[in-house]
Design a protein around this ligand. Structure first.
Ligand SMILES: CC(C)(COP(=O)(O)OP(=O)(O)OC[C@H]1O[C@@H](n2cnc3c(N)ncnc32)[C@H](O)[C@@H]1OP(=O)(O)O)[C@@H](O)C(=O)NCCC(=O)NCCS
Length: 378
């Protein structure tokens, strides 16, 4: 028996300091650069939050205007990247996004420059380009031609426009904008940690974002919203929710959209999506999605609260996307589109005071075995 201390899952291990975001899981508090997520969700825009994260404070009007113009100017992706997306048209959209971001590295002249200034510039470009990749792939897989970006629309509105070809109304744009804000940054979550590991070898930002996308894809991380909506569809009506969930829980399963490694109180981001899911469902004459989710939250999962298991950001997100007509396999890519500024900032911090991230594993296998030549192995 070895006597090393193993912190499985790196639970409660601090790997560094950060000025990006503050998360207090015991009370459910989240700050980006010191600003409360509730204020940001209610009062700001995704463009403002990108500025806040990457430059450290809220922008003045002219700073915001400059960033917004840069974002709008960099939305287009080269035809060669669109061709790559055609080759992978049958992939999951998250795989296509990962491939598209990777391909973009061939067209970014600053790809190998890991200075703070260049990393921020690349992060802004990737934030601008990634929605175009997701939307183009989605249209190609549906037998449609990509819709070029529309520079008269804001970041969220343009994404929805490139997906459907129709300009979204202002309320729908705002829903997507808030969703991007809520997903923009979350300290050393698994995908940001993955991105940091990549940056810690002094690899480039595109590689780090590709890592982040790969890590985010899993259902224990960004994939939960898709799973929640799958579950809600299988439940069908609120009266079926209890039996459905009980069957999962009694067999040792998990209800997706509940629980969090850090939050042992309600995830503060969930509030904003809960309210919007309810309003949107009622407006669209489809209140049953919200009712199913609320049943799970307010009845089935109540006993789990004493164990610190509450809804997380993904629980209500899927119902909103679904009501907006967005197919469930786009839910994770949408999370990724919101998170690119956060990954960028985590990499800026990592490069800024770099140390190779390289933990240890306690070897528990056999020792000093005698090598037997293959001819003698029977
Ligand atoms: C997010 C998550 C991976 C965090 O996991 P973690 O911090 O490692 O917590 P653990 O996996 O150790 O879970 C602790 C206990 O709570 C239970 N639990 C955690 N999440 C649960 C859920 N969603 N439903 C039911 N039980 C859950 C576990 O089964 C475990 O029970 P045990 O102690 O009896 O074995 C986990 O809560 C989960 O799988 N949630 C569902 C997926 C999800 O919504 N992910 C999005 C996160 S934003």
């Amino acid at each position: 028996m070895s006597d090393v201390e193993i912190r499985r899952g790196l639970r409660n291990v601090y790997i560094d300091t950060t000025e990006a975001s503050f998360v207090d899981g015991q009370v459910g508090k989240l700050l980006y650069r010191g600003y409360n997520i509730h204020d940001l969700a209610e009062k700001s825009t995704f463009e403002e939050v990108i500025y806040l994260l990457l430059y450290g404070d809220l922008p003045t009007r002219s700073q915001l205007g400059e960033l917004d113009a840069t974002l709008r100017a960099h939305r287009a992706v080269p035809d060669d990247v669109i061709q790559v997306l055609r080759l992978v048209k049958n992939s999951h959209p998250m795989d296509a996004l990962r491939t598209g971001v990777s391909a973009m590295s061939a067209f970014d002249e600053e790809v190998e420059d890991n200075s703070e200034e260049a990393t921020i510039r690349k992060g802004i470009r990737l934030t601008a380009q990634a929605p175009t990749i997701v939307a183009a792939h989605h249209r190609i897989r549906n037998g449609l031609e990509p819709v070029p970006p529309n520079s008269s629309l804001n970041h969220a509105g343009n994404f929805l426009y490139m997906l459907s070809g129709a300009e979204p109304d202002l309320e729908t744009q705002k829903l997507m904008d808030v969703d991007f804000i809520l997903h923009a940054e979350h300290s050393s979550n698994a995908s940001a940690f993955g991105a940091r590991v990549t940056a810690s070898t002094l690899s480039d930002l595109h590689s780090a974002v590709v890592t982040g996308i790969g890590v985010l894809k899993g259902p224990w991380h960004g994939g939960a919203a898709e799973e929640v909506m799958k579950m809600a569809s299988e439940i069908g009506q609120p009266e079926n929710a209890e039996d459905y969930a009980r069957n999962i829980l009694d067999n040792g399963g998990r209800i997706m959209g509940f629980g969090h490694r850090v939050y042992k109180a309600e995830d503060p981001r969930a509030r904003h999506l809960r309210e919007r899911s309810q309003t949107l469902g009622e407006t669209m004459g489809q209140p049953h999605w919200f009712q199913i989710l609320r049943y799970l939250e307010e009845k089935t999962m109540v006993p789990y609260r004493s164990r610190g298991i509450f809804v997380n950001v993904d629980f209500f997100a899927g119902s909103i996307y679904h009501l907006l007509g967005i197919p469930s396999d786009l839910f994770i890519p949408i999370f990724a589109l919101g998170r690119i500024p956060g990954w960028t900032l985590q990499c800026v911090e990592q490069y800024g005071d770099n140390i190779l991230l390289r933990p240890l594993l306690d070897y528990q296998g056999p020792m000093d075995l005698e090598y037997v030549p293959i001819e003698q192995r029977g």
